[in-house]
Ligand binder design. Structure first.
Ligand SMILES: *Cc1c(COP(=O)(O)O)cnc(C)c1O
Length: 434
């Protein structure tokens, strides 16, 4: 802005600062980069925090510049847009967010979306055409299963799945059965699977793909919402794209809905073209909220993880508890424990609690909690508890519920960042009240 005291504009302008991502040989860690990476206060009147850019369009400096931007946006010229054009394509808040999201998994590129489901839908529409096959791990988040089986099924796109814990041989068998039915367009994983918490062996999926597809392989995408980006980094284990519902741990305060895809630059470019067409980008206000959230991501997830370890240790041997499905309690020497050792650096804070009894016991327990709130979703600062059989998975057929271990005595819990002793006291009194 011009200085009114100095209409000639002679006052010194703020000088842009380089974006520091290393000191000497030391690469700065994500927790540090969340405070400034991708944003230069000099471009926004020195504001420490980025302003929220509420604008639908951006002014070109010249007609030739406008043409260059559109050549980039439409893919006529490789490399994408060199500047901002129109807010369905991108904006300053979203670009800063995308720079910072990419940092956690050392990704080449990143995209933000209006929800986890809009990220997944945009991904699937980018890579799949009628006659194609999707191979996925099972189970998946319920809305993702609906999208693949019912909605893409209507467009003539087929699918085959393998169980989340499958071996390389089982994965290869599913891939080759799919290959016999059509072009395999995408391998789509979710790990840990919701709500079973079973881990997928991403390295085995990568090895099976290499064996079957050689040098024209279908991309491997993985929903990393439950353990990412802190406790699991699938791009390092052979996935090409990591997909997020930012609504959960990344947003972390149960006050927004958003999604992301991070990973291989060339694949992200293809998804970006589809997002430009569909308009599934996140809005500037939500992007700003996420920048705020990412500053405390590591702190929040570490505290929630430590709290969950504490609560699960208390629940494990309680006389009213039948079983605790928590990644910290995998059987030593089991295949799941081996996948955990290779892929995960923490057990997360979302787990399954099986009470002795049935729905009546689960409901009495839920109704007795005073700190934990009775709500679906996960990854927020507050502890949440719900009964999947009666809530999120109510309409799932009985045999499938049984196969997934979704019994009436199951309580799903997402531990927050409260005081751990207060949480233990709450669970103790709710168990006593059953
Ligand atoms: C919540 C969730 C989604 C969907 O995300 P939204 O932000 O609600 O659209 C997808 N996958 C997993 C594993 C989730 O937990």
């Amino acid at each position: 802005m011009d200085n009114p005291e100095d209409p000639a504009g002679a006052a010194p302008r703020r000088r842009p600062k380089p974006d520091v991502t290393a000191i000497g040989n030391r690469r700065l860690r994500p927790a540090t980069l969340m405070m400034g990476h991708g944003y230069d206060p000099a471009l926004s009147e020195g504001a420490l925090k980025p302003p929220i850019f509420l604008t639908s369009t951006f002014v070109f400096e010249s007609a030739a510049e406008g043409r260059r931007h559109f050549e980039g946006v439409t893919g006529r010229r490789p490399g994408g847009a060199e500047g901002l054009v129109y807010s369905r394509f991108n904006g300053p808040n979203q670009e800063i967010l995308e720079d910072r999201l990419g940092v956690w998994e050392d990704a080449e590129d990143a995209l933000s979306f209006s929800s986890g489901m809009s990220a997944i839908a945009t991904l699937l529409l980018t890579f799949c055409q009628p006659g194609d096959m999707i191979v996925h791990s099972g189970p998946l988040y319920a809305a993702t299963e609906t999208l693949i089986a019912r909605i893409l099924g209507r467009l003539g796109i087929g699918w085959l799945d393998f169980p989340a814990g499958a071996t390389e041989a089982e994965i290869a068998a599913t891939l080759s059965a799919a290959k016999a039915r059509g072009r395999v367009a995408l391998i789509y994983l979710e790990s840990p699977a919701n709500p079973t918490n079973v881990l997928v062996d991403v390295e085995a999926v990568r090895a099976a793909r290499t064996r079957l597809f050689g040098d024209a392989p279908p991309p491997i995408a993985i929903d990393n919402t439950f353990l990412g980006p802190l406790w699991q980094k699938p791009l390092a284990h052979g996935a090409d794209l990591s997909v997020y519902s930012l609504t959960k741990y990344a947003g972390g305060h149960s006050d927004l809905v958003a999604g992301a895809i991070v990973g291989d630059g060339a694949l992200v470019r293809e998804v970006r073209m589809m997002r430009n067409t569909l308009g599934t980008i996140t809005d500037p206000h939500t992007a700003w909220m996420l920048l705020r959230s990412l500053e405390t991501l590591e702190l929040r997830m570490e505290r929630a993880g430590a709290n969950a370890a504490r609560v699960c240790a208390f629940l494990k041997d309680h006389p009213k508890v039948a079983h605790v499905g928590y990644l910290g309690f995998l059987e030593p020497g089991s295949r799941q424990a081996d996948i955990y050792r290779r892929h995960c650096s923490g057990a997360g804070s979302t787990f399954s609690l099986y009470l002795k009894g049935g729905e009546a016991e689960a409901f009495r327990f839920l109704d007795s909690l005073v700190i934990a709130k009775l709500a679906v979703s996960l990854g927020g600062t507050e502890t949440l508890a719900s009964a999947p059989a009666a809530m999120t998975h109510l309409s799932v057929p009985e045999e499938r519920k049984a196969a997934l271990g979704i019994s009436p005595n199951l309580v799903r819990i997402s531990i927050g960042v409260e005081d751990p002793d207060d949480l233990v006291a709450d669970f103790a009194q709710a168990l006593d009240a059953i």
